[in-house]
Design a protein around this ligand. Sequence first.
Ligand SMILES: Cc1cc2nc3c(=O)[nH]c(=O)nc-3n(C[C@H](O)[C@H](O)[C@H](O)COP(=O)(O)OP(=O)(O)OC[C@H]3O[C@@H](n4cnc5c(N)ncnc54)[C@H](O)[C@@H]3O)c2cc1C
Length: 524
Amino acid sequence: MVDLTLWPSVLAAFLGVLLFFYGLSRKNKASSSSEEEPGAATTTATVTDDGDFGSRNVRDDVIIVGAGVAGAALAHTLGKEGRQVRVIERDLTEPDRIVGELLQPGGYLKLIELGLEDCVENIDAQRVFGYALLKDGKATRLSYPLEKFHSDVSGRSFHNGRFIQRMREKAASLPNVRLEQGTVVSLLEENGTIKGVEYKSKSGEELKAYAPLTIVCDGCFSNLRRALCIPKVDVPSCFVGLVLENCQLPYANHGHVILADPSPILFYPISSTEIRCLVDVPGQKVPSILNGEMAKYLKTVVAPQVPPELHNAFISAIEKGNIRTMPNRSMPAAPHPTPGALLMGDAFNMRHPLTGGGMTVALSDIVVLRNLLRPLHDLNDASALCKYLESFYTLRKPVASTINTLAGALYKVFSASPDQARNEMRQACFDYLSLGGVFSDGPVSLLSGLNPRPLSLVCHFFAVAIYGVGRLLLPFPSPKRMWIGARLISSASGIIYPIIKAEGVRQMFFPATVPAYYRAPRAM
Ligand SMILES: Cc1cc2nc3c(=O)[nH]c(=O)nc-3n(C[C@H](O)[C@H](O)[C@H](O)COP(=O)(O)OP(=O)(O)OC[C@H]3O[C@@H](n4cnc5c(N)ncnc54)[C@H](O)[C@@H]3O)c2cc1C
């Protein structure tokens, strides 16, 4: 007869052996990923076509496509939450781009929430305390209202590639996050559910990877978003980028916006010795760099509008020849909720980069998603997960829609126009912000992501229009000035209404009336 009292001890011994081997395998895995060079591709066991996970025997919870700002931050965030994360990034070397160089203080607060604030350390990032607005030789300083925050909180500006590389390293340091170099060519779909991705490895091998959730973060040129949203991309202008050296900004540690003709010019520090200049060129085509038209345009049209302190450095930068361009895209979030997949970052939603809001929106979205996924232990029921995550699209709205709307509206208001009413609006905006106090703190806290409230945005926008009309009518209204005033109000509505419509009036102003809102855990 078997002694039944021995069973618990036998079971405990068996479990002990299992735990020992499990611990050993995790330890090996952890040490192998920390031995790799930061940011380098990890070698993984081949994933076979039928979704077998090969000899590695680790099942990924999430595949992330792209390790830019959104993908790298998301990988670290989900990894820290205990998910098994696999990141497939086209190029793991340090990016060298003219995008994502100024992180608003609201974005810095999100970095803190995600535990990523050290990623702006040791990269010669500069602190940014607000903006200087310049028009017709006049300047006004608009400080971020940071009094209520810890002294460390401010904007940060840096080389985009250095920031991304720090986040990639931090994500890859987690034992359950694997970063590998590869180009995703398509999403694997089965009966309407995304099961994973097909990608080309660094060595050119065609592979497939499977996970219950695929998050596509392949940036503004995304070629994967088409299946997951209705991409209505607008390109109102392009930015021409230069780096200025050996000069000082008129207002140290501030972003500078010149209300130039035909459209704004930006300056902000990206290291202790370099200043980024972004010249907006309306339309989708820029003068040719190759045949010298661009240099001529910059010297003859733009240089005379550059502050005198920066003029020589601006000319030197043109002559040095390192001129880069990027289309400025905007695209409202119009997801096509699909089981097994989600879009994030610029692949999902874009706005004009004038206000430097893209990274703040991406990081804020990651916080919302993390909180939503936190109570879920199992991501395998793709349909249920998809339905549950519909609340994400509403919960992200206060931050995203405020930043998106402001970016689109300010770009239009800050650009010169042959229409007198539009120019009155532009001047009114400059003068309104110059009033200081609540008139500058309100809009600046919206722009910086410190207080993202759609209703406050609309109030300030129409307050600027009313201020502009008031100035036209006082002290004595003339029929012509009354007519311009009426057109100013109509032009203000014409600017803001289409943007709000694209954002979704209901989600933006009445989120509680959207049924999906209630699918989020109560604590949110
Ligand atoms: C000119 C300009 C200036 C800007 N300035 C600012 C600013 O100052 N502040 C700010 O907050 N925002 C700014 N933005 C917006 C900001 O850059 C974006 O919002 C942000 O970079 C979005 O991050 P992302 O991860 O979605 O995209 P990205 O950072 O572009 O990352 C996408 C990643 O996906 C990878 N990838 C692409 N395709 C594939 C594929 N098929 N397979 C695998 N990997 C792939 C890419 O290599 C890349 O690493 C600016 C935008 C522009 C155009």
